[in-house]
Design a protein around this ligand. Structure first.
Ligand code: DQA
Length: 145
């Protein structure tokens, strides 16, 4: 069975408590549960991982390379806008990467309009709340060869 790794970055463990106008009220555990349920429907294994430590995120991406996961869905939170370290780690992967955001980053502050991952991901989905993740998982599953 194909395996899709979903990566959640810095501060995303606070979903459900932080800024509900931007991010809704679903907790990260509830999002992961929905991803798992959709994975079953799509016939793919879904693993979810969250960290607030940049180096740990890089190490998990390296592990994804070694493990040969089939695709990655990533919401890196604020790291999206400046972490060259995570971008370089993602660039090591040869499998499809889908970048997702709960909020519409383009309708927010200018610093959120830039993703340093843009050139190394297959595509981006933002602005649909939890559905951004679910759409991202569908996109990743269909991008797997
Ligand atoms: C976010 C958008 C980022 O700009 C922000 O720093 C986040 C969450 C989103 O899911 O909308 O932490 O990635």
């Amino acid at each position: 069975m194909a395996k899709i790794l979903t990566l959640h970055g810095v501060n995303l463990n606070m979903f459900g408590k932080r800024d509900p106008k931007q991010y809704g009220t679903a907790t990260l555990a509830q999002i992961d549960e929905q991803l798992g349920a959709l994975g079953k429907e799509l016939g793919v294994e879904v693993e979810c991982y969250q960290t607030n430590i940049e180096g740990e995120m890089c190490a998990r991406i390296h592990q994804a390379f070694t493990e040969k996961v089939d695709a990655v869905v990533i919401n890196a939170g604020a790291w999206t806008h400046y972490s060259i370290a995570i971008r370089d780690a993602l660039a090591i992967l040869t499998v499809p990467i889908v970048e997702v955001h709960m909020s519409n980053v383009h309708a927010r502050e200018p610093f959120r309009h830039v993703s340093v991952f843009a050139e190394v991901v297959k595509g981006q989905i933002c602005g649909f709340g939890v559905d951004s993740y679910l759409l991202g998982l569908r996109a990743a599953a269909s991008a797997i060869q």
